[in-house]
Design a protein around this ligand. Structure first.
Ligand code: PLP
Length: 309
């Protein structure tokens, strides 16, 4: 039994009507710890556990860390998550709820990650948030489930942070004989590391991140994401923070599910009929995210209203 669940695949009436075409949702927001991350992280943790790992280490205060904490609890393996001082109280609470040991260290993720590396002993496993073939193989199970359901999309819409989800979905499309199905890869403007790579022709380190979609905040995408751009039809799309936040609010009304702005980015593209005109059946990966609250989303929107015009 894998640690992730087989999630529902539904045809969304509100999104289909808004976009004027058939929009299918893969509801990975319903994974036990709130995001698709459990697919890849759960797989990686199971492999390391089978090899004898007795301690998992993560440096993600977000959904990757939560997935490691959940997997460790299920497998009976101790978990340490090192997070920077900027991590919200809510994120720390969610990690502790999964029985992880939370170590707060450093002003930025880089510093937290450096300490995390020093905690990885010979019998331990460090679980990366997006750059590991074990993760991609696990994320690919999402597309296996869609293929089993017999729904062949003519495009897939998903969000991109470090590109682990993209790499996994492309692997899933290829292994199901769907190598011709294009992927619409969506980022927010302030976290556009894949977009920068697609323009440069190689991965690029962003100078800074400036987006409310913190789960998309990887300064540089994995080399595998770059390889996906070369070997698969992938279109890079950008949306604004406002569009991502408004998509979260609209999706909450339409489907009664609260997702992070990171997921709102993909939903924002799906709500824009113009972006999808060439396709009749579109699969949207509802990647989820557990760290947002409705109050936070409304406060971010309020802050944007304060600065615009
Ligand atoms: C991690 C995450 C992403 C981005 O995934 P990558 O594999 O880093 O590209 C998108 N949405 C949510 C909710 C996430 O947790």
């Amino acid at each position: 039994m894998p640690l992730h669940i087989h999630t529902p695949l539904i045809e969304s009436r509100p999104l289909s009507v808004a976009a004027g075409r058939s929009i299918w949702l893969k509801l990975d927001a319903l994974q036990p710890c709130g995001s698709f991350k459990l697919r890849g992280v759960g797989h990686a943790c199971e492999v390391h556990h089978a090899r004898g790992a007795r301690h998992f280490v993560s440096s993600s205060g977000g959904n990757a860390g939560l997935a490691v904490a959940y997997a460790g609890r299920c497998l009976g393996v101790r978990v340490t998550v090192v997070v920077p001082q900027t991590t919200t109280e809510r994120a720390k609470q969610l990690l502790r709820l999964e029985d992880a040991e939370v170590v707060v260290h450093g002003a930025s993720w880089q510093e937290a990650n450096e300490l995390a590396q020093t905690l990885v002993g010979p019998d331990d496993a460090f679980i990366h948030p997006f750059d590991d073939p074990l993760l991609w193989a696990g994320h690919a199970s999402m597309i296996d489930e869609v293929a089993q359901a017999g729904v062949k999309p003519d495009a897939v819409v998903l969000s991109v942070g470090g590109g682990g989800l993209l790499s996994g979905v492309v692997e899933g499309l290829k292994r199901n004989g769907w190598g011709d199905v294009p992927v619409l890869a969506v980022e927010t403007e302030g976290a556009a590391s894949l977009h920068a790579a697609s323009l440069a022709g190689h991965t690029v380190e962003l100078e800074r991140l400036a987006s409310v979609a913190t789960s998309l905040g990887a300064k540089r995408v994995a080399e595998r994401a770059m390889a996906c751009l070369r070997t698969h039809p992938v279109q890079s799309h950008l949306v604004s923070d406002r569009q991502a936040l408004e998509a979260c609010e609209r999706f909450l009304l339409d489907h009664r599910l609260l997702v992070e702005p990171a997921c709102g980015a993909a939903l924002a593209l799906a709500y824009q009929a113009e972006a999808l005109t060439r396709y009749s059946t579109v699969l949207v990966v509802v990647c989820g995210g557990a760290t947002a609250t409705l109050e936070q989303i409304q406060a971010w929107l309020g802050a944007l209203d304060g600065v615009s015009e």
